[in-house]
Ligand binder design. Structure first.
Ligand SMILES: *[C@@H]1O[C@H](CO)[C@@H](O)[C@H](O)[C@H]1NC(C)=O
Ligand SMILES: *[C@@H]1O[C@H](CO)[C@@H](O)[C@H](O)[C@H]1NC(C)=O
Ligand SMILES: *[C@@H]1O[C@H](CO)[C@@H](O)[C@H](O)[C@H]1NC(C)=O
Ligand SMILES: *[C@@H]1O[C@H](CO)[C@@H](O)[C@H](O)[C@H]1NC(C)=O
Length: 476
């Protein structure tokens, strides 16, 4: 649940591309079907200002308003333009009948008025909560927006150049960039968007991750990773093609087919901003298009909710299992009803050489298990002093199509020097060719992402099969 409006909580949507074009105006809607009237808007927090930018294909006057019923009656209106004597702009209120009257208290501020290429672009702001009783109260509900414009700067009756559209300004679900990924007609495609977080001067906590899936039939899973500091350029292309962003491997958030909105425990949050500010992130979207459909356009992403009211603990996410790499020379034989693979996280060898500070106990509260199509079971064993003491996750009926972050029934403590073994069981009974460990959906993976607190500086603790024991090499 988003926090109630009464709390002083930053409530921002951070979705793939929301800030790719305009950081301050991430939302956009055409208010008319001809796409001549375009509204962009944005706000920093619920208690502050909302900024609008109205772009209309006219050199005449333009008007925009918030209306209780969708008509002029009782509407809160601004009108302006760029005329022969410069720009004009005012806040109006329309009575039950008749021409809008200029408000005594002008509660909108004009930020800029531009005419460019036959288009008038009016940028203005007001506070979300308004004291002027003549002004419409903006809430996180769908609101009827009205627009009108003229062909000259003489503000007169607008004739047919008017319309209305209902939009939820404060809880908007679509984003500025047009649908931007053309899913190739390939069975498996990993798309990577490397992007920068909006500048957050202080540390914030992500407390909820909500998937926004456009094409449910092909979007298979999404992972958000943060990048090492040498990644400095955004880009948008296929993953694992030798680009610098392939080095971004610290999972921050994940979603898999069948999963829903994920909420973190009350006392925890995933840290972003502050020293991390300016960090780049990589959103990896795995498309599974077995029918090799052509021309699918997709703009799915993850919406992250974050707050500056820090919770008690920073969450870390630790990748365990078999090191994920393209085309590992390790083959699962065909026609095997059960084949086991495992990856070991030996926290002693992994953590001690890398960490300067003493290692705290890690409190594991959620786990996401991940294999591909041949996966049937995944078990995450927890070992101390060579003995198994518990499981951190078990799925005896693993289903590729139902991957979800699962909250553990109780918080489990991983102590320094414990071992975590991720064991995956595959069935290749229906396959005639060997299966590789690799990145494609028809290859296999064996991973468990552990969500825990307090966060340490290590993101991955995996192992590879002993390559001197691998008899076969890849012959393709
Ligand atoms: C909010 O808008 C008002 C009026 O438009 C302006 O005076 C004020 O400086 C703005 N506040 C911020 C934080 O931008
Ligand atoms: C509106 O004007 C813009 C800027 O000149 C132009 O790119 C766009 O194609 C116009 N839209 C329509 C529907 O004519
Ligand atoms: C799609 O498949 C074709 C043929 O196998 C291959 O050449 C191409 O690189 C693939 N495209 C992507 C984006 O993976
Ligand atoms: C890999 O296997 C070889 C042959 O059994 C063995 O000598 C070597 O110690 C193993 N390496 C590791 C890291 O376990």
């Amino acid at each position: 649940m988003p926090p109630p409006l009464g709390l002083f909580t930053v409530f921002l949507a951070w979705t793939a591309g929301a800030w790719a074009t305009d950081h301050d105006l991430p939302f956009m809607e055409y208010l008319d079907v001809e796409r001549l009237v375009c509204l962009k808007w944005g706000f920093a927090d619920m208690q502050g200002n909302i900024t609008f930018q109205l772009a209309v294909n006219t050199t005449g006057w333009v008007g925009f308003g918030l209306s209780p019923q969708g008509g002029m009656d009782d509407a809160d209106i601004v009108m302006g333009g760029l005329g022969p004597t410069g720009s004009y702009f005012s806040d109006y209120h329309s009575p039950e009948e008749g021409w809008p009257l200029m408000d005594e208290d002008q509660s909108y501020t004009l930020l800029s008025m531009i005419e460019n290429d036959g288009q008038t672009i009016m940028t203005f702001q007001r506070s979300i909560k308004n004291c002027d009783e003549k002004d419409f109260q903006i809430t996180a509900e769908p609101i009827k927006l009205i627009y009108a414009y003229g062909t000259s700067d003489d503000i007169r009756y607008h004739g047919s150049l008017r319309g209305t559209k209902e939009v939820n300004l404060l809880n908007h679900k679509t984003r500025t960039t047009p649908p931007d990924i053309t899913v190739p007609a390939n069975k498996t495609y990993y798309h990577c968007k490397v992007m920068k977080l909006p500048e957050l001067p202080t540390k914030h906590h992500i407390y909820q991750v909500e998937p926004e899936i456009e094409n449910h039939d092909v979007v298979h899973h999404m992972l958000l990773y943060h990048c090492p500091s040498f990644v400095k350029q955004p880009y948008d292309k296929g993953c694992y093609m030798g680009d610098i962003g392939d080095a971004c491997f610290g999972v921050v958030a994940s979603w898999g087919v069948g999963g829903g909105t994920y909420e973190l425990p009350e006392n925890t949050g995933i840290p972003i901003g502050g020293v991390d500010s300016g960090r780049f992130y990589r959103l990896e979207i795995h498309y599974n298009n077995p029918q090799k459909k052509e021309g699918i356009i997709d703009s799915s992403g993850l919406r992250l909710y974050y707050t500056d009211q820090l919770r008690q603990h920073d969450v870390g996410i630790l990748t365990t299992g078999v090191f994920p790499v393209s085309r590992m020379p390790y083959k699962i034989p065909p026609e095997a009803p059960q084949f086991h693979t495992y990856g070991i996280c030996n926290t002693f060898f992994y953590f001690h050489p890398q960490l300067v500070n003493p290692i705290p106990d890690l409190q594991v509260f959620s786990v996401l298990l991940h294999t591909h199509l041949a996966g049937r079971k995944v078990r995450v064993g927890h070992f101390r002093e060579g003995k198994q003491i518990d499981f951190l996750g078990v799925n005896e009926n693993y289903d590729f199509d139902m991957q979800e972050i699962v909250n553990l029934g109780s918080i489990k403590t991983v102590k320094p020097d414990d071992e975590i073994i991720v064991e995956c069981t595959y069935s290749t009974a229906d396959r005639t060719e060997a299966t590789l460990m690799g990145l494609s959906t028809t290859d296999e993976m064996c991973l468990a992402f552990l969500f825990y607190y307090p966060a340490i500086d290590i993101t991955s603790c995996t192992s590879r099969p002993n390559s001197s024991l691998l008899l076969d090499t890849i012959d393709e």
